[in-house]
Design a protein around this ligand. Structure first.
Ligand code: GDD
Ligand code: MG
Length: 328
């Protein structure tokens, strides 16, 4: 089985963190996010994965190389100008080695979907495309998908104001090779706004698998923090992590001062320092971050080398790499 990972977006909602690091390379529980997906693809039987890159493409190659360390063959499809989700898939197809169905994953989804089950469904219905669907409380922020009783997809509406259902596209697909090769090459194409509606309109076999396993799009600040904490506390599954569930994850050479309390799945990055008496709840401290004595943090991201002053009180904010926040 081969897979394509879409990792070329700008991650605008996670600025300023994504000004220095592309969203899929931001750390989740201490490792670049996309590692969780790569290991998941490997566990499901993928031997070869194409990373569809554009924004800060070189950072992926520098970190993962040929994939050998992860037990995968990795290749990189690079878009000089972002081609959209469909254009990215089409461009990545040039790097595929086989002719079988291909698993496509949005590069910002943390989840426990059984990829093998999605492939089985695709094969059973001899589908052109099979989508993973899920219910969410806020469907307007996603691709809303209407299905018939047999799971056939009847309509796909991307980010619509009046969603007809709370069932949405969860961002993992299987494409038959023919459906993939039909996407026009060399121009911007959106899977969600162009490819899916066109396939449905043409009466092609667009199938779905509704699955309610753990699922989170980490693309907003609140979701990014939640994904980290859920991995640490064991709510989110990941075959890329080895420790058991915990209240916090303190990485190599970090220092936590006397009487400091870390809770809710807080991550303390490598060489980071938390001062005495600080209370850090559901927060993510990047490598080399510093939190002063007695500070109180909740829902906070402290970027690489960023500094929170002693006694500062911060809630639900993100400090970019190297930023500073003093006590009010
Ligand atoms: N290579 C490449 N080129 N990748 C891209 C491009 C591009 O031009 N544009 C976006 N991507 C990647 C992003 O890096 C991300 O991993 C993925 O495609 C989806 O883009 P997002 O920007 O995160 O989209 P979204 O979250 O608003 O919506 C998408 O995901 C939802 C589920 O989380 C859509 O697929 C929705 O329909 C879906 O419900
Ligand atoms: Mg997203």
């Amino acid at each position: 089985m081969e897979a394509v990972l879409l990792v070329g977006g700008q991650g605008t909602r996670l600025r300023p963190l994504t000004e220095t690091t592309p969203k899929p390379m931001l750390p989740l529980a201490g490792i670049p996010f996309v590692t969780h997906q790569l290991v998941r693809a490997r566990e499901a039987g993928a031997g070869h994965v194409v990373l569809a890159t554009s924004y800060k493409a070189q950072m992926f190659r520098d970190h993962f190389g040929d994939g050998e360390r992860l037990g995968l063959a990795l290749t990189y499809a690079v878009e000089d100008e972002p081609l959209g989700t469909g254009g990215a898939v089409r461009n990545a197809a040039n790097h595929l080695r086989g002719a079988g169905p291909v698993v496509i994953l949005n590069g910002d989804v943390l989840g426990g979907l059984d990829l093998g089950a999605l492939l089985d469904r695709h094969r059973r219905y001899d589908a052109d495309v099979t989508l993973h669907l899920r219910r969410v409380p806020d469907p307007a922020a996603y691709g809303v998908v209407t299905t018939g009783p047999d799971g056939a997809v009847r309509a796909f509406e991307e980010k619509t104001e009046r969603p007809p259902t709370d069932q949405v596209n969860a961002g993992t697909y299987v494409f038959s090779r023919a459906a993939l090769d039909e996407i026009p090459a060399g121009r911007v194409v959106s899977l969600e706004r162009e490819t899916f509606p066109a396939l449905i309109g043409a009466g092609r076999r667009v199938q779905s698998l509704h699955d309610e396993a753990y699922w989170l799009d980490i693309g907003t600040p609140a979701a990014y923090v939640r994904g980290n904490c859920d991995l640490v506390t064991g709510l989110a599954p990941s075959a890329a992590l080895h420790g058991g569930p915990a209240e916090c994850l303190v990485l190599d050479q970090a220092e936590v001062g006397e009487g400091a309390a870390l809770s809710g799945g807080t991550v303390v990055g490598r060489r980071a320092r938390v001062g005495p008496g600080a209370r850090v709840h559901r927060s993510v401290l990047f490598d080399d971050a510093r939190v002063g004595a007695g500070a109180r943090l909740s829902g906070v991201v402290v970027g690489r080398g960023a500094v929170v002053g002693p006694g500062a009180v911060l809630t639900d904010v993100m400090l970019g790499d190297g930023a500073g926040a003093a006590a009010r």
